[in-house]
Unconditional design. Structure first.
Length: 701
């Protein structure tokens, strides 16, 4: 090994920081007795070329180990080994035979944590007692990144107001992975680079913000199941199993050179911003891929297991498991809280992202013992952090241990995935009895959830479908989940989908069934885009993307999950319909309120029964209608979810105004949506025939 020139270094610079003349390296470990950093010449090297053992006198300040290595720079490859007590009952799992990834690494090389460890386990080299040094033949290395070397050309996060936001949830790879995308392998199919080539579709729809499923580094190979039908190995496709909290996923990059993923992701963000589209990241800070007491050691566990993870008070060889994934990050420990804030700041300051959706966010509220205080330190710190002050912060307000905080997630600045909106709107559009009242509450902004806490309708992220569950097409095409190809005997995924197949399970060639399904899809979209709150649609719903009834496609890196872009042409009428609804929302402030409707001004929102009278909410069943008014417009929106057609009485407009049809979901395209300026004046201004299972939007002008 070569000779290194090493100085004391700066303890306050986390991870690897490029400076004049070299790189500063800093890691945290409270109970380590020995820390060694190793450098590698190539990403496939199985032996280090150089190493340096930190001197606890000159290279340690408090619990921070640090050094400055001269001559190193961007692209340097490195790993750590850390020694200390291996006493699991006391929470310590140091293991000097294991190479460790820097928790603050900004990039990783190609490789697989799980393949490396599974090879060792198969050969009997996994135990601490054997003293055999870890095999690096398939283990990734950390990459030093110099963020100053990217030209942002003046780009900044867009930070649109929530009231103007329309979110499109999608998967970076799946968006363009299919051959039907028209993107060749050489053009970057299924990568950050390839994603750029489909931005025009998002612009045409009117999307303001893409919400990307996890792009923090994770390892697809952690899934050990096989597809029972094909025998092919399944993967972790969604990525809810973080390994690197500062590193964009390497395999999503066309540029596979060390650090290429960082440059390519930044380029994608810059281009999206130039096209007026925000970037929101789905982030997973609640657990890691290291698993439970039988899991792996490649990061937190090897640096300071007793701090980074929530452990039982008296049996610390085990792990608290509020995530359902084996472990729980000890989010409200001061050291871990600082780590998470630094990670979020990095993605905002250096990656220019506009917001975050926090997976299983209720875990962020939990103390180490599982209790949830009134003002959880981490949640409050994120909301009040000055760097994140304009950043969108969205909670998935529940966890896997029974905590459900929809409407009660701490902190006024947080928005929430409104699971009650999803469920109540599904029941109503399906035609369930007695659901109109709850549907009315949801489309008016869910005041029952947010008003008492002095929050606004913008606290509600409204959605009908998301990655976790049926697509919108499948919601109206299947009564039951069909997850057989997931290798879990169809036990995985929710059984409570509130779906309806309309007479036939799965794809149908019956034109009546297909027409009814399309009508229901349009009904869902009508309410999603006209409800108070922030709409989020699942990517592909505008073109009837299907997963064949799979409502838990977390392991399906295949056509099951990928976009079939031929559907955009096949269902061009629906794409046009969704585009029109988004434009309608954007062009009319009455759909984008920042406050709840007031009791004093009843003219803003008026409810009607089918006879044009005040509705009897106790008897209200499969009909819902209301008039929404502001200084600019009057809109009348009505839905008939019954099996019979209805002749309804329309509200009376001021003298000089008439009702014009904007939407009728019973009509075929292009008559189902009249674009602005082409609305059709009604011949009868008093009555309207509302076809069974359809919705209508009228404008008064």
């Amino acid at each position: 090994m070569g000779e290194l020139i090493v100085q004391s270094g700066n303890p306050l610079l986390s991870g690897a920081t490029v400076m004049d003349g070299g790189v500063n390296f800093t890691v945290y470990s409270k109970n380590a007795t020995r820390v060694v950093i190793y450098f590698f010449d190539r990403d496939d090297a199985v032996q280090p070329s150089e190493s340096y053992e930190f001197d606890p006198v000159t290279n340690k300040t408090g619990d921070l180990w640090h050094c400055f290595v001269q001559g190193k720079g961007e692209g340097t490859l490195y790993l750590y080994r850390v020694d200390g007590p291996y006493v699991p009952p006391e929470g310590h799992r140091f293991n000097f035979v294991k190479y460790l990834l820097d928790p603050c690494a900004k990039a990783f090389t190609r490789g697989s944590v799980f393949r490396s460890y599974n090879k060792q386990r198969a050969s009997g080299l996994a135990g601490i007692q054997n003293g055999e040094l870890q095999d690096l033949s398939d283990f990734p290395k950390c990459v030093v990144v110099d963020d100053k070397n990217f030209d942002w050309e003046g780009d900044k996060p867009l930070n649109y107001p929530l009231k103007d936001t329309v979110i499109y949830e999608t998967h970076v790879k799946g968006f363009t992975a299919s051959e039907t995308s028209g993107i060749s392998v050489e053009e970057g199919r299924g990568t950050y680079k390839g994603f750029q080539k489909k931005i025009q579709h998002l612009k045409d729809l009117g999307i303001t913000s893409v919400e990307l499923l996890p792009i923090f580094e994770f390892d697809e190979n952690e899934n050990g199941n096989e597809n029972p039908r094909t025998g092919l190995k399944l993967v972790n496709y969604w990525g809810y199993s973080t390994i690197g909290f500062f590193a964009p996923k390497t395999s999503y990059a066309y540029d596979q050179t060390p650090g290429g993923a960082v440059r390519e992701f930044k380029e994608l963000v810059k281009v999206l911003h130039k096209e007026g589209i925000e970037v929101i990241l789905d982030v997973v800070y609640n657990h890691t891929a290291e698993g439970n007491e039988n899991g792996y050691t490649f990061m937190f566990r090897g640096f300071e297991n007793s701090v980074y993870y929530s452990l039982p008070e008296y049996e610390k060889q085990y792990y608290m498991n509020y995530s359902g994934c084996g472990n729980t990050v000890n989010c409200n420990h001061p050291v871990v809280r600082r780590f998470i804030i630094e990670s979020l700041r990095y993605w905002v300051m250096e990656m220019h992202v506009d917001g975050f959706r926090f997976d299983l966010a209720s875990i962020l509220c939990r103390e180490a013992n599982g209790h949830i205080p009134a003002n959880p330190p981490l949640v409050c710190a994120i909301a009040e952090d000055p760097v994140l002050s304009r950043t969108k912060i969205i909670a998935e307000p529940w966890d896997a241990a029974g905590c459900y905080q929809v409407g009660s997630f701490p902190g006024k600045r947080w928005s929430e995935w409104n699971g009650k909106y999803r469920d109540d709107m599904r029941r109503f559009i399906r035609g369930d009895e007695g659901t109109a009242t709850l549907a009315a509450t949801r489309l008016a902004g869910s005041s029952d959830l947010y008003k008492a806490a002095d929050r606004s309708p913008l606290a509600s992220i409204n959605f009908i479908t998301a990655h976790d569950g049926f697509t919108l097409n499948d919601l109206v095409s299947y009564n039951h989940k069909h997850n057989e190809d997931n290798g879990e005997e169809n036990r995985d995924g929710s059984d409570d989908n509130l779906s309806y197949n309309h007479g036939y399970e799965g794809e149908s060639e019956n034109p009546k069934i297909e027409a009814l399904r399309l009508k229901k899809i349009k009904n869902f979209m009508v309410y999603l885009m006209t409800s108070q709150g922030v709409p989020m649609m699942l990517g592909g719903d505008e073109m009837r993307r299907t997963q064949g009834g799979n409502n838990n496609a977390y392991c399906q890196d295949s056509e099951v999950s990928w976009f079939d872009w031929t559907l955009a042409e096949k269902n061009a009428g629906l794409v046009r319909f969704v585009k029109g609804l988004i434009a309608l929302r954007k062009n009319n402030a009455c759909f984008r309120r920042e406050t709840f409707f007031s009791e004093e001004n009843r003219q803003e929102l008026t409810w009607y029964d089918r006879n044009g009278k005040n509705p009897d909410w106790n008897g209200s069943n499969r009909f819902l209608s209301y008039k929404l008014s502001d200084e600019k417009s009057d809109f009348y929106i009505a839905s008939n979810t019954d099996i019979y057609d209805l002749t309804i009485t329309l509200p009376t407009l001021p003298i000089g105004k008439n009702w014009y049809r904007v939407v009728d979901t019973s009509f075929e395209s292009p008559d189902d949506f009249c674009m602005e300026g082409t609305e059709e004046q009604l011949m009868d201004q008093k009555r309207y025939v509302l076809i069974s299972g359809s919705s209508v939007i009228l404008i008064g002008k």
